[in-house]
Design a protein around this ligand. Structure first.
Ligand SMILES: [Mg+2]
Length: 229
């Protein structure tokens, strides 16, 4: 019954945490952050992941703008580590944004899944990320050719979980909610957002988070989705 599948990108197909950790380790080495007092690349990465995730959550809730994330995430990491960020001469955010989209790790079996789905369904991306960066990530990971439309919060003029982004995505893809499925890792943005416009949903939920308002499918691994579709 489904014809169009809408995928989230970060933490769903593209392994954000692994790719980001690689970048953070490179920054740690390149800019001598050990000399600035950061205990290890792992500690730097752990704080970055926590703070970055919190900021993107605030962005999804319309509490902050994109530019706020770019300006504040590294200073917040250094603050959390109790380090005076002014001793780091470089613009770490600019360096991070150069490195990150060039990383290519996908989540386990994501490529196998896309190969399986290609030809059976029309595939699209719906992402709250920056358009240019998301396009580079998809090219780096070699997955751009699987997708017909890439809907970003910039092109939709709204971001998940706003219902407008899903109705816009269906409109430009020439489909209806009855023929579409939204697939993502973020319960609020991807699942509740899509449910608000009556889309069926797949919650990619490797950590088995318990949720009240059930998605249509709740899966731990992509192999489960291949058995469903
Ligand atoms: Mg995601």
């Amino acid at each position: 019954m489904y014809k169009h599948l809408f995928f989230d990108l970060d933490h769903t197909l593209w392994d954000f945490d692994r790719n980001s950790s690689e970048c953070i380790t490179e920054l740690f080495d390149t800019f001598g952050l050990a000399d600035a007092g950061v205990a290890s690349a792992d500690e730097f990465s752990r704080h970055f992941i926590t703070i970055n995730r919190k900021l993107w959550g605030d962005y999804d809730k319309n509490l902050i703008e994109h530019s706020y994330i770019r300006q504040h995430r590294f200073p917040m990491v250094f603050q959390a580590l109790g380090i005076d960020a002014s001793v780091i001469g470089a613009d770490l955010n600019a360096e991070y944004l150069k490195l990150l989209p060039c990383k290519s790790h996908l989540l386990d079996s994501a490529l196998e899944l896309l190969d399986y789905l290609q030809g059976r369904y029309t595939l699209h991306i719906i992402t709250n990320g920056f358009a240019e960066i998301q396009a580079t990530k998809m090219d780096s990971a070699g997955i751009s050719h699987y997708f017909t439309n890439v809907i970003t919060s910039e092109t939709a003029n709204a971001k998940k979980p706003d219902p407008l982004v899903f109705t816009y995505a269906m409109q430009i893809s020439g489909t209806t909610a009855a023929e579409s499925l939204m697939i993502g890792d973020n319960y609020e943005a991807d699942i509740l957002g899509a449910k608000s416009v009556n889309l069926d949903t797949v919650f990619y939920n490797p950590l088995a988070i318990v949720v009240d308002d059930k998605p249509t499918y709740d899966i731990r691994h992509w192999k489960e989705l291949m058995a469903i579709l």
